[in-house]
Design a protein around this ligand. Structure first.
Ligand code: HXC
Ligand code: NAP
Length: 301
């Protein structure tokens, strides 16, 4: 039977690899972030890389900061080539405050300012709670939650406190319904959602807005590959998602751009859910759990 045609707007284009877009049509004014500087954790891959690209295509210079400097350098070259803007790749571990301080100091020396902080770095994998080691839970909390606090605090102390700025945290909707195999990441992101509100309240008087984008499944990313589970990457239709499909990185970058820019000057402490309506209908069924357990057992043999 022929598939019914999808109705509604078409999503913006994207590529499934850590490459830049082959073409791009601006949705916002191309000078929306002109001469601003964005500091993006985990900006060398996946969603973070696309946020860097879309911001740079709107006139912004960027810093992309994470652990793998070789990958960051390669990404920075591609990003500058498509946008004509500066991209500074810096090695940094969000769990190590000293490395964040060094990266922020280097940013201010090289680029002179920071207007936007995107807390995008995260670590995740599927694992039943009972099999999760104490260190595994702690590791994800340290990257996702402490990493977001550590980076926000350093950028605030060194720049935002006196100049204002915008923080956008990348969260997830997986935790909203207690998704199986995700107690570590769901707990970490829930803490971040609370942090968004606390910091929005405390730092609002300094001219700092703090907001969250909460994605659902976003194709062409490490998160998508990892959370696809034993069935692997499910490409194509998602009949259980109201919008019937996975999201793409460009769509996420547009949400981050809205929250980081003058398009949203009176928005703070907010969470922008960008999951196609997925969490409202997600089955969170236990067959996924038992499928995962049986595949794990096979792997152990
Ligand atoms: C169970 C695991 C595991 C797995 C690691 N661990 N992988 N446990 N299942 N698949 C355990 C290890 O055994 C160890 O515990 C502890 O976690 C720390 O592991 P390390 O490898 O030493 O940690 P580290 O080198 O710091 O690497 C962090 C990492 C890694 C999270 C484990 O996968 C990573 O660097 N990820 C970054 C990229 C990523 O995950 N991208 C996807 C983001 S998507 P023991 O007890 O043995 O010492 C996303 C979607 C969000 O975040 C959805 C939110 C709800
Ligand atoms: P990704 O490409 O793996 O992005 C994660 C980034 O974090 C990597 O660039 C990694 O770079 C960096 N990172 C990890 N640990 C770090 C550390 N200790 N210090 C500094 N940087 C670190 O995965 P993604 O799927 O694009 O995920 C991006 C964001 O979207 C995450 O916050 C994730 O939780 C969220 N999200 C994704 C999905 C999805 O479907 N993909 C769904 C919901 C939410 P290094 O390895 O170089 O450190």
């Amino acid at each position: 039977m022929a598939k019914p045609q999808r109705k509604g707007e078409l999503p913006p284009g994207d590529v499934g690899t850590d490459d830049c877009l082959t073409s791009y049509t601006h949705v916002y004014s191309p000078d929306l972030l002109k001469d601003q500087v964005a500091f993006i954790t985990g900006g060398g891959s996946g969603i973070g890389l696309r946020i860097a690209e879309i911001f740079m295509r709107h006139g912004c210079d960027t810093v992309i900061a994470s652990r793998n400097l070789d990958r960051l350098k390669e990404a920075a070259k591609k990003l500058s080539a498509v946008s004509g803007r500066r991209c500074l790749p810096l090695r940094m571990d969000v769990r190590q405050p000293e490395s964040i301080i060094a990266a922020v100091d280097e940013t201010l020396r090289e680029l002179g300012r920071i207007d936007i902080l995107i807390n995008n770095a995260a670590g995740n994998f599927l694992c039943p709670a009972v099999s999760l080691s104490f260190n595994a839970f702690k590791t994800v909390m340290e990257i996702d939650t402490m990493g977001t606090f550590n980076t926000s605090k350093v950028v605030y102390e060194k720049w935002f406190q006196n100049h204002g700025g915008n923080i956008v945290n990348i969260s997830a909707t997986l935790g909203y319904r207690g998704q199986a195999l995700q107690v570590h990441a769901g707990s970490a992101k829930a803490a971040n959602d609370a942090m968004t509100k606390h910091l929005a309240v405390e730092w609002g008087p300094s001219g700092v807005r703090v907001n969250t984008v909460a994605p659902g499944p976003i194709s062409g990313t490490e998160g998508y590959r990892r959370l696809g589970g034993p069935q692997g990457e499910v490409v194509g239709d998602f009949p259980s998602i109201p919008l019937q499909r996975a999201g793409n990185k460009t769509e996420l970058a547009h949400c981050a751009l809205f929250l980081a820019s003058r398009a949203s000057t009176y928005v703070t402490g907010a969470s922008l859910v960008a999951d196609g309506g997925w969490w409202l209908t997600s089955a969170n069924d236990l067959s996924m759990l038992s499928g995962y357990w049986s595949s794990e057992k096979k792997r152990d043999k």
